[in-house]
Ligand binder design. Structure first.
Ligand code: PAF
Length: 274
């Protein structure tokens, strides 16, 4: 696996490589990321991963400084997964001067996760655009676990006519249902044992909707009450339309149930399609 941090070196390395498929990450890789790398292989000839902890998408009181950086272990995992090229820019490579031009997503950036993480999707859209400009991929793979992020990037790519196919990768879960996430490492042993409750509740909401329950607000409130009772602090549990994350108008359109809740200081997100 080639590793490049400088943008000109990366561009030279990607000349005449056929169809390039890109998987951007912030590192601290787990089996969920590796599954995205494997899915990427099916969409092109050269698989490029990136590792960059993007300061722009973290709020002032978020975990940018303590976000786990495990570069050598990540390189070993990517090489073992057959990734061809790793782009690992430093901050000076990607932000050699203060970033003053931004990609501003529309209203979707202010709902759900965006409501609780102001500026997050602006930071994501900006860095992803910049990474796309560096790698110039034909396709890019993003995990469905970050459902709203995937939607922002799909819409951005389409509206800005970027010639890139966006592929959504399925969420990988531990045996007890907890979605794999770099932030799971922050959980204490007791919190880790409690954490699968979030996915269990999402399943219960999905099953109730499938059974014909149309009062989705009642379902959301009941899940939040159960999380409260177990000591969680919930930002949202929300049933939304898959197409635009708007509130559902009946049960006919495909729906998705999304949640973000905190166990101790660790914020977990998850979702399930109905
Ligand atoms: O999902 C992530 O890891 C990040 O938001 C991404 C897409 C790599 C942008 O920094």
């Amino acid at each position: 696996m080639q590793i490049h941090s400088a943008i000109p070196d990366l561009r030279s390395a990607l000349k005449n490589r056929g169809r390039v498929v890109f998987v951007p990450t912030m590192g601290n890789l787990h089996a969920g990321h590796i599954s995205l790398m494997e899915q990427a292989r099916a969409h092109g000839d050269t698989v490029v991963a990136s590792i960059f902890v993007n300061r722009l998408q973290f709020g002032p009181n978020e975990d940018f400084d303590k976000y786990p950086r495990t570069f050598q272990a990540d390189c070993d995992k990517l090489a073992a997964a057959g990734v061809d090229v790793l782009f690992a820019p430093t901050e000076a490579d990607l932000y050699p001067e203060p970033q003053e031009y931004f990609i501003e997503p529309p209203g979707i950036q202010n709902v759900l996760d965006g409501e609780f993480r102001p500026g997050h999707f602006r930071g994501v859209a900006t860095v992803v655009t910049k990474l796309f400009n560096c790698v110039q991929p034909d396709a890019a793979v993003f995990g469905k676990k970050d459902y709203q992020q995937l939607m922002v990037i799909r819409n951005m790519t389409r509206q800005l006519a970027m010639p890139i196919t966006i592929v959504g990768g399925e969420t990988v879960r531990a045996a007890d249902g907890l979605a794999l996430s770099s932030r799971n490492g922050y959980l204490s042993e007791a919190e880790r044992a409690e954490a699968p409750r979030l996915y269990r509740l999402l399943n219960e909401i999905r099953d109730a909707i499938r059974g014909g329950e149309a009062d989705t607000i009642k379902l959301e409130k009941s899940a939040i009450a159960q999380l409260d009772a177990a000591g969680w602090k919930t930002d949202y549990v929300a049933v939304r339309q898959q197409s635009d994350l708007a509130m559902p108008q009946g049960l006919d359109a495909p729906l998705v149930v999304l949640a973000a809740s905190r166990l101790g200081t660790t914020r977990l997100i998850d979702n399930i399609e109905v």
